[in-house]
Design a protein around this ligand. Structure first.
Ligand SMILES: [Zn+2]
Length: 129
């Protein structure tokens, strides 16, 4: 492991500890003031959520436990804002996989698409042999 990787790992662990300390904060509670490091929500960009529940007023880093490999990872406030406000994700959805599992899944889909395109020629080849 290089010293860069050690530094990255330490940083990740600090982010996890910090995110865990913020876990009790309810961003939809009007009485709660946004903690340091939080990202303010834009209510206009959240209006696609057809909900009678309260929408978040800000985002804080959240801990996500990957459903694939069980890795604990921080879902950063900025990424949440992007997901809910730019990608228009439903407010009841959240990250369920770590970054490496998401990347692996993307790769698998790409591979499947590529092999689907080559299927007909692959069958033809095997017929000839
Ligand atoms: Zn994972």
């Amino acid at each position: 492991m290089t010293s860069f990787e050690v530094k990255q790992l330490r940083l990740t662990q600090q982010q996890l500890i910090r995110a865990k300390s913020l876990a009790g904060i309810d961003p939809t509670d009007p009485a709660v003031s946004p903690p340091a490091g939080s990202v303010l929500a834009n209510p206009d960009e959240l209006s696609h959520n057809n909900t009678y529940g309260r929408l978040p007023r800000f985002y804080v880093d959240r801990v996500v436990v990957c459903r694939n490999c069980g890795t604990e990872e921080v879902w950063p406030a900025e990424r949440q804002k992007w997901w809910y406000e730019v990608a228009k994700g439903n407010i009841n959805t959240q990250a369920v996989q770590c970054r490496s599992c998401r990347a692996a899944e993307r790769q698998r889909k790409d591979d499947a698409r590529a092999s689907a395109g080559n299927n007909s020629s692959a069958i033809r080849q095997s017929d000839e042999t």
